[in-house]
Design a protein. Structure first.
Length: 276
């Protein structure tokens, strides 16, 4: 009898404040679906993005804050189309791998420039510090959001499919044996012949070289900004929750850490039950 009046005095749970540092392209389209739903549930959302974007636009569901960068929208559009064409070309693997390395270099330079512009934008960084956000919601393919999360000691939630070179698995301290787990762009299944395992192992050996090209500048920037040595693996190891846009049914078998959640299909607009 005493409990019901007491419960009546309690206020309903308040929404949280989310700082969103997204990636461009299809990454954003998936994330935007989630943001719209979070807004309906009463969360206050602020999206931070470069002025030169392809798909990120303002919305009634969130506040968009932009900052200037050194590249133009046309540069980003051309790079995304070129990289996609090379990733899915039918050329021999070695040729395709070498061309992708060049695109990794361009991607790294472009996203590094955007990140540096954000981190050293004093007005915007002061706004973030004064706003007392509850969480940083970000795609760790570009670690800029995580650098901000560590700088302001804000918990981070990652929204991703995967990070190149299995950095996401290593950061979460998950096992990743190259003899059994297919490497990105190898076109291998989880059941491999001996020659495919050898190929897979060689790709794994090359990953430290290829990802150093793409992420080396980010590691230098993070170390400089946070004033302590930082690697990509160390940066991402502080993520609180990993929301992975994959479905265990359609992927190869893989080890899963306790803070990883499969959310494959969350961005689908219409869900229908599959027939038998």
């Amino acid at each position: 009898a005493l409990l019901l009046p007491l419960l009546g005095l309690l206020s309903p749970a308040a929404g949280g404040k989310l700082l969103v540092v997204p990636m461009e392209g299809s990454h954003w389209l998936s994330m935007r679906k989630v943001l719209l739903e979070l807004s309906k549930r009463g969360h206050e959302i602020v999206v931070v993005a470069p002025e030169s974007t392809l798909l990120i636009r303002s919305s009634d569901s969130y506040e968009l804050k932009t900052y200037p960068t050194s590249f133009k929208k046309e540069d980003l559009d051309e790079h995304i189309h070129t990289a996609a064409a090379k990733a899915f070309s039918k050329e021999p693997f070695v040729v395709r791998f070498w061309k992708l390395l060049q695109e990794y270099r361009k991607s790294g330079a472009m996203f590094h420039a955007a990140c540096k512009s954000l981190l050293y934008n004093q007005e915007l960084m002061k706004y973030i510090g004064d706003s007392h956000f509850d969480v940083v919601f970000t795609d760790p393919v570009s670690p800029c959001g995580q650098i901000i999360a560590l700088h302001f000691s804000i918990p981070s939630v990652f929204f991703l499919r995967m990070v190149p070179c299995s950095i996401d698995v290593h950061a979460a301290q998950g096992p990743d044996p190259p003899s059994y787990v297919p490497r990105m762009f190898s076109v291998n299944a989880d059941r491999m012949t001996f020659s495919e395992r050898v190929k897979n192992f060689l790709i794994a050996l090359s990953e430290s070289f290829s990802c150093n090209i793409a992420y080396g500048p980010f590691e230098e920037l993070a170390s400089e900004f946070l004033q302590k040595p930082m690697t990509m693996t160390e940066l991402l190891s502080h993520g609180s929750v990993w929301l992975k846009r994959i479905d265990f049914v359609f992927e190869y078998p893989m080890p899963v850490m306790p803070n990883m959640v499969f959310i494959g299909g969350i961005h689908c607009g219409e869900k229908k039950p599959l027939s038998q």
